[in-house]
Design a protein around this ligand. Structure first.
Ligand code: HEM
Length: 179
């Protein structure tokens, strides 16, 4: 059994970590505070392209996860913690996919793709939160932030407790461990 996750998964994990941090921070602190005038179109374009890219990467990541061998499960903990870790990982994937789908539905319902990519002169809706799917998209973003924070706290608390550096599992293997 390998000691680390596969190289493609390691790359996807850290690359998506950076992209998700950017889209969650910029979406929450910048995008949602810009008034819906024509000046917002550039920021929305960046957000949508990035959101769709993250969607695609998540699908690729789930395929990689299923196809490549994984390291053994972490053992120095109880069954409950093991189950909570698996649940945390599953929910992160599910909520990312749900965010992308709710974003796409929000875009379709407000004619965003025509306005942003195809030069339509229609106005942006006054407030995306007037639509239920807009509220859902915003709520899911808070859930995703919470899940990622729990994920990071979980990793470091496990390392503190067991003195085992599990970050190595999500990095490229040492030459002697290469398969
Ligand atoms: C994984 C993918 C995505 C993530 C993580 C994400 C994240 C976010 C976040 C954090 C916000 C701010 C929510 C708030 O604080 O109220 C937001 C708003 C928004 N997102 Fe996304 N998003 C994603 C994909 C998409 C996609 C694919 C679209 C459109 C096709 C989209 C369209 C929007 C719109 C229209 C808003 C509202 C901006 C506003 O309130 O003015 N998002 N998104």
């Amino acid at each position: 059994m390998p000691k680390t996750y596969s190289n493609p998964l390691v790359i996807l994990h850290w690359f998506q970590g950076i992209l998700l941090t950017f889209i969650l921070v910029s979406g929450t602190l910048v995008l949602s505070n810009i008034p819906n005038t024509i000046a917002k179109i550039g920021s929305l374009k960046v957000h949508i392209v990035l959101g769709l890219f993250i969607f695609l990467l998540t699908i690729v990541r789930l395929i990689v996860l299923a196809k490549y061998p994984k390291p053994a499960k972490l053992t120095q903990m109880g069954i409950l913690r093991e189950k909570l870790i698996s649940l945390n990982h599953l929910l992160i994937y599910m909520v990312i996919l749900a965010m992308a789908v709710s974003g796409i539905v929000l875009g379709r319902m407000t004619g965003l793709s025509e306005i942003i990519f195809f030069g339509s002169t229609l106005a942006l809706p006054e407030n995306f939160k007037a639509l239920t799917v807009g509220v859902v998209h915003g709520m899911l973003s808070k859930v995703l932030i919470a899940l990622i924070v729990i994920h990071i706290i979980g990793v470091f608390s496990y390392m503190l407790k067991t003195k085992e550096n599990i970050l190595k599992r999500m990095w490229f293997p040492k030459p002697k461990d290469r398969r």
